[in-house]
Design a protein around this ligand. Structure first.
Ligand code: ATP
Ligand code: MG
Length: 381
């Protein structure tokens, strides 16, 4: 199979200079090296890539030898991180062959079999993510018709959808994310297979899904992604206790706006909103059964129960679940406390998040709280 080569001119400002340096250094040391994946896809669309990935013929040990400030990391695969500052690194992956070791559920267990560029292409997920950029020739190398699919706004899977989703069910969520992000259509094969295979998400470790969930909702199109996840029946395998609600709509619109403006966002807020309805229902049912227990005690019992159920699907680090509980527990105080207590509450480090939460409730599911929200807004002036 011969690949298509497309000569392209990328806007230099959009390409990370450190990533270019890494590719050049690897080539100078006699290895093949390319920019690959999402960054090429985004550059072709004129978008600023989130990160720059590099694929090379050098093994992790060889890469590590070339770059002093690097370390080999081994999560699912062995990769090299080349450090440029305390917070910034460039990820380098060795070409991998398609031979994968799978569990009897079809999931990838290990695929550390090094290969050639040509083999590396076919372990990638979608054709638009299977493009390599040769910086010397300024050419995109395309084995899978990704270049044309990108132009046609088509998300097409590399290989057989059933097999690829069984091998790694996370690809179903990725398909939905790219559909929305790239304003594209999924092929019929993908759409059909997601509906059939959504349940396979049950087999993915909660820690991995945590990372994916952040990617799903911390972006500028999070509401649309949420709706698509619902439509494809994927949401219930991520958040079984979450239903569609105007509160979630408002929150996701707000999150996207904040990201667009460069404001900070936290997953605690997201989880608190997604689980708020479940928390209330759980509290109500406990309240009906335990007339002699106090409110706070019941709220804590309910939040523990709701969170315990959620972490069976998606991991929540301890700091995160604590913050979610803080937001929930502060709502009652924000709704009811007197002016003297209110001034105290404002200096609580969790106040701002709890206030934002109340504000969004008042704008969506609890219009009766509008006055109260105004009170807090004014108090902070
Ligand atoms: P973005 O960074 O915008 O989320 P991306 O495509 O760069 O999108 P990454 O998670 O950074 O996504 O992955 C980089 C590349 O690695 C992808 O473009 C794809 O080629 C490959 N890849 C990532 N995850 C998978 C997967 N689950 N299965 C197969 N290939 C994958
Ligand atoms: Mg990326």
């Amino acid at each position: 199979m011969t690949p298509a080569h497309h000569s392209v001119k990328f806007d230099k400002k959009l390409i990370d200079t450190d990533a270019l340096k890494v590719v050049k250094t690897l080539i100078k040391n006699g290895y093949e090296a390319y920019l690959v994946g999402g960054c090429i896809r985004d550059l072709l669309l004129g978008l600023q890539p989130k990160d720059f990935d590099i694929a090379t013929s050098a093994t992790p040990e060889q890469v590590h030898k070339v770059f002093k400030r690097s370390r080999i990391i081994g999560r699912r695969f062995r990769l090299v991180h080349i450090m440029f500052s305390a917070r910034k690194y460039i990820e380098v992956a060795t070409f991998r062959a398609g031979k994968v070791k799978t569990s009897n559920m079809g999931q990838v267990l290990r695929d550390n079999f090094y290969g050639s560029l040509k083999e590396d292409v076919f372990r990638r997920d979608f054709t638009v993510n299977g493009l390599y950029f040769d910086i010397i020739k300024s050419q995109v190398i395309d084995y899978v018709n990704g270049f044309e699919d990108l132009k046609a706004s088509k998300i097409n899977i590399i290989g057989d959808a059933t097999e690829r989703f069984e091998e790694d069910p996370v690809r179903m969520i990725r398909a939905v994310r790219f559909k929305v992000k790239l304003d594209s259509e999924l092929t019929n094969e993908i759409s059909k297979n997601i509906s059939i295979n959504a349940h396979l998400l049950k087999n993915i470790p909660p820690a991995r899904l945590y990372e994916e969930v952040i990617k799903l909702f911390h972006n500028e199109t999070s509401l649309e992604i949420f709706k698509e996840l619902l439509k494809f029946g994927l949401l219930k395998f991520l958040f079984s206790q979450t239903k569609e609600s105007p509160f979630i709509d408002s929150t996701l619109i707000n999150t996207s706006k904040r990201i667009k403006n460069g404001d900070s966002v936290t997953p605690a807020f997201l989880f608190a909103v997604f689980l708020w309805d479940a928390q209330n229902k759980c509290f109500e049912s406990k309240n009906n059964k335990n007339k002699n227990k106090n409110r706070i005690e019941l709220m804590i019992m309910a939040s523990d129960e709701v969170i315990r159920k959620q972490i069976q699907q998606i991991m929540m680090p301890r700091w995160l679940s604590n913050r979610v509980k803080d937001i929930w527990l502060m709502q009652h105080r924000l709704e009811n406390c007197n002016v003297k207590k209110a001034t105290e509450l404002i200096s609580n480090p969790r106040f701002r998040m709890a206030y934002d939460f109340l504000l969004l409730r008042s704008e969506s599911i609890n219009p009766e709280l509008k006055e109260r929200a105004k009170f807090w807004t004014n108090l902070q002036k």
